[in-house]
Design a protein around this ligand. Structure first.
Ligand SMILES: *Cc1c(COP(=O)(O)O)cnc(C)c1O
Length: 383
């Protein structure tokens, strides 16, 4: 049987995969089992921050695998504490809880908000406000946080205590009973839609005025993706809680929930935990990734992002371009899915988000490879 047939037979049918089996790669180029070359503008949905099989990343991972690949959280391991220190130093946050995915990083944020407010404003103050068109994960609680009804259908009842409001945030929700507001600065799955500066300011002011926690979901936008270490830094806000995952460990599972001074004492012994959370190999990978996201890399992310904006802005068949840094959404006259399928056949991997073509290339994609992919993609968009 072919891999397509065996996948259909044995793997739960949750993914509508393209008929391509990726066998290997190097940086921003991957090869399928037939040897066909593709330029990767999706990086595993913003995960492989420094591309496929990056040598420095591999070194960090294999070194740690040779030392200790896992230890329970009953004992200390160096990479976990080193990474927590690096994250706090680089963000000004105070403490970190490690998990394995974006959804789990958000689950932790929600638990922190509920417990913090139970101890401050009272246990009835438990509502988490999120924005319509948001995406926060696939667990039943993070689905409840996700402000898109079509993800909810047939999975009810979801975790209660969530309210999703219009993303322009002009109608302020009744602050009574609100524990926290959780936002993505750029709605990723929602179509690569950056929140305007004044909207984010309004949300931050509303939170501050009512002692509501401001929580930012940086699962997709974090770790250099937008040209800042975290996207909230583009907005001059100081969140109480930040969740991140995807690109953090460059291709290994790792989620992190960053806690500001204000909420840093909320979680105590036994309040939360994770068997794999803070795994030394994932943390060693993340230390390697984060230590390379310096000012010069961030400047190059902004430059390449601007190059993508300029390239597509007035290109034939393009209606509009949105995004920030190397997180770009292109609204095309053609159907986005058709564009992505044609790009695949011409050797370029890219993504969709709602009705847009979405690009999340590796942060270090070489300019010549990026240009090659842009030319191909422009042809596909022009139709
Ligand atoms: C991908 C994503 C998630 C979910 O992350 P998983 O690792 O798939 O659980 C949550 N929030 C945002 C903004 C995301 O982009």
């Amino acid at each position: 049987m072919s891999i397509t047939e065996r996948d259909k037979k044995y793997v739960a049918g949750t993914y509508n995969r393209f008929p391509v089996e990726i066998a290997s790669g190097s940086g921003s180029v991957v090869y399928d089992t037939a040897g066909k070359r593709y330029i990767d503008l999706g990086s595993g949905i913003g995960v492989t921050a420094f591309g496929i099989a990056d040598p420095l990343w591999q070194q960090a991972v294999t070194r740690q695998i040779g030392l200790v690949q896992h230890m329970s959280n009953l004992y200390y391991t160096g990479p976990c504490v080193d990474l927590a220190e690096m994250l706090c130093t680089r963000t000004g946050m105070s403490k970190v809880f490690f998990s394995n995915s974006g959804a789990e990083a958000n689950e932790c944020a929600i638990k922190v908000a509920r417990k913090y407010q139970a101890e401050h404003k009272g246990p009835e103050c438990s509502t988490i406000v999120t924005l319509k068109n948001s995406f926060h994960g696939r667990t039943l609680t993070t689905l409840a946080a996700t402000g898109q009804d079509h993800y909810h259908e047939l999975f009810t009842p979801l975790t209660p205590g969530f309210l999703s409001v219009d993303p322009d945030f002009t109608e302020l929700p009744d602050p009574d009973r609100v524990a926290a507001i959780l936002i993505e600065c750029i709605q990723g799955e929602g179509g690569v839609i950056p929140l305007p500066q004044d909207t984010v300011r309004r949300i931050a002011d509303y939170a501050a005025a009512h002692d509501i926690l401001l929580m930012v979901d940086e699962v997709q936008t974090g770790n250099g993706r937008t040209g800042a270490l975290y996207a909230y830094m583009n907005y001059g806000i100081h969140p109480d809680v930040v969740s991140t995952a995807k690109g953090l460990a460059g291709g290994l599972p790792l989620g992190a929930t960053l806690l500001s001074e204000k909420v840093s004492g909320t979680l105590g012994f036994g309040d939360h935990g994770s068997t794999f959370g803070g795994n030394p190999v994932s943390c060693a990978a993340a230390l390697s990734v984060l230590s390379r996201i310096d000012d010069s890399l961030l400047a190059s992310v902004r430059e390449k992002g601007q190059y993508l904006m300029d390239s597509f802005m007035d290109a034939p068949g393009v209606e509009s371009v949105s995004g920030m840094g190397l997180m770009i959404g292109i609204k095309c006259r053609r159907n986005a899915g058709d564009v992505v399928r044609e790009a695949l056949s011409k050797g370029v991997l890219c993504l969709t988000a709602k009705d847009r073509v979405r690009l999340l290339p590796a942060l270090n994609i070489p300019m010549d490879i990026l240009k090659e992919a842009v030319d191909i993609l422009k042809e596909c968009i022009a139709g």
